[in-house]
Every structure is written in structure tokens, then in C-alpha cells.
Ligand binder design. Structure first.
Ligand code: SF4
Length: 78
């Protein structure tokens, strides 16, 4: 999977950092660092972070899922 964070949108709310601390990291108040190609083991956390972001700044490309980022997982959330 690949992620891109729209840093113009990001307001440093840190929801993503809380939900996927191995992928997202805040430096200072509004400087977000992240791993653009997180390992598969982080997939669920990253998806949760993308959904939780209050300004929808996290864009996810997830070929495994075959569904749009942020879309509800109807197969049951793990
Ligand atoms: S949750 Fe969204 S707004 Fe908050 S730090 Fe992460 S990307 Fe930025």
C-alpha cells in the first residue's frame, strides 16, 4: 500500500499518530512525518488512521483491498 498525506490539509491533530504510531510521527506541532509505503502489517492501522483523520488528509492507495480508501470494510473490521 502507498499513502500520501496532503500536508496543506493536515492540521496536526495527531489522530493518525495515535492510531498508527509506527507509520506517522509528529515533529513539533504541525510537522508530520510518515512512511509513504508502510509494511503490510500496518495496513489496518493505516486505514483506521485515514478514516479517523478529521480533515481527510491521508490518501491511501491500497491495491489489496479493491475499494476506495476510507470506504467501510463490509467484510468485518478486525
Ligand atoms: S490525523 Fe490528519 S490532520 Fe491529524 S496529523 Fe494526521 S494527517 Fe494530520
Amino acid at each position: 500500500m502507498k499513502i500520501v498525506v496532503d500536508l496543506n490539509r493536515c492540521q496536526g491533530y495527531a489522530q493518525c499518530v495515535f492510531l498508527a504510531p509506527r507509520v506517522f510521527e509528529l515533529h513539533g506541532e504541525e510537522s508530520l512525518m510518515y512512511i509513504p509505503q508502510p509494511p503490510g502489517a500496518e495496513r489496518e492501522r493505516v486505514l483506521r488512521a485515514a478514516v479517523a483523520c478529521p480533515v481527510q488528509a491521508i490518501l491511501v492507495e491500497d491495491p489489496e483491498a479493491g475499494r476506495a480508501p476510507g470506504e467501510e470494510d463490509r467484510s468485518g473490521v478486525r
